[in-house]
Ligand binder design. Structure first.
Ligand code: AHG
Ligand code: MN
Ligand code: MN
Length: 321
């Protein structure tokens, strides 16, 4: 096993990017420690506040956001920050070379049940012509991500990271405090018999989703001629970690529960970084008929439908839309 060394070509930007990823990971290690303390660490339960998206903030959402924000703002290379828990862009160093977007705590409904939760992050080059507080900084397609990853706070704390080549997986060594490389090229099987969707929303789905899932549910006696199994963690990090580990298809489609929010997952700090990890492992990631990595965000908290995972299964699912 090797120590964490993201692609390092020796030039200054790469070295600065490496330092920035290390800053993010330092924040995540602190979050991992707080999570492990559970009720002993006063991190469970809710606050009385809502975020910009009208969701009640859990204590850990706020703690994780503050930790990452303060660590990133102390890095002179960070020009702007966007977070699920911040209404607008938080300006950093005026001449910083990078911008960072993150979901400080993904899977908030799992916090109080000791379930899977995580932190999702993405790094882009700053646009030098724009001010640090300009949300247009984040108007960049996912193809321009310099680094994307998540840290999963599960029975082991794991890092999934992509800095342009293969998606790599690291495991936190609690004895020494470092992330050790445990899979240098994650690879998702092209085919799968496992799907992941919140079936409780089925009466709100649109026809393409209803038809696709109906085929899967018919199993070996239906048109797919195979029996599918279903898993739903209610934390994208947990579901995507399973897909990266053994294949599968993950969907959070549009539905008609709330006309103002037809999709649930956020493009910038959920769908985009996960799409980079999935594509880097040979999988596919779509927002219905467009590749997620080709979509340019028109706002920080923009939501998109998500279909990602095993390439052949995603291609089949996308053919319904
Ligand atoms: P967050 O906790 O950051 O708001 O994200 C939760 C997201 C995602 O992680 C998960 O896939 C989905 O919400 C679960 O949604 P349901 O509760 O509708 O199943
Ligand atoms: Mn989330
Ligand atoms: Mn969150």
């Amino acid at each position: 096993m090797k120590r964490l060394i993201p692609t390092l070509k020796g030039d200054k930007v790469e070295l600065e990017l490496l330092m920035l990823v290390r800053t993010i990971l330092a924040g995540c290690k602190e979050i991992a420690f707080r999570v492990s303390q559970g009720a002993l660490g006063d991190v469970l339960g809710s606050t009385l506040d809502e975020n910009i998206q009208g969701e009640q903030q859990k204590k850990l959402d706020v703690i994780a956001n503050q930790l990452l924000k303060s660590m990133l703002l102390s890095d002179e290379n960070v020009r702007s920050i966007a977070s699920e828990e911040e209404d607008s862009v938080v300006p950093g160093a005026a001449d910083g070379r990078f911008i960072v977007a993150f979901d400080p705590l993904d899977g908030s409904s799992n916090i109080d049940i000791n379930g899977q939760i995580g932190t999702i992050f993405t790094v882009f080059a700053a646009r030098p012509e724009l001010a640090a507080d300009d949300p247009e900084q984040f108007k960049q397609t996912g193809r321009k991500q310099l680094a994307a990853g998540y840290v999963l706070y599960g029975p082991s704390t794991m890092l999934m990271l992509n800095t342009g080549g293969a998606t790599r997986c690291f495991t936190l060594d609690r004895t020494h405090g470092g992330f050790l490389l445990t899979n240098e090229a994650v690879s998702i099987p092209k085919q799968t018999a496992e799907f992941s969707i919140n079936m409780a929303n089925s009466r709100f789905w649109f026809e393409p989703t209803t038809k696709y899932i109906a085929e899967l549910l018919q199993g070996e006696v239906g048109p797919r001629n195979k029996r599918f199994n279903m898993r739903w963690n209610a934390a994208m990090v947990g579901d995507i970690h399973r897909v990266l580990s053994r294949g599968g298809i993950f969907l959070y489609p549009k539905d008609n529960r709330d006309a103002d929010k037809p999709a649930k997952l956020r493009l910038l700090y959920e769908a985009m970084p996960m799409a980079m990890l999935i594509e880097g492992a040979g999988g596919s990631a779509y927002a219905e008929s467009s590749a997620i990595l080709d979509i340019e965000p028109d706002s920080l908290h923009q939501r998109v439908p998500v279909i990602m995972g095993s390439a052949d299964e995603v291609a089949h699912a996308v053919s319904f839309y």
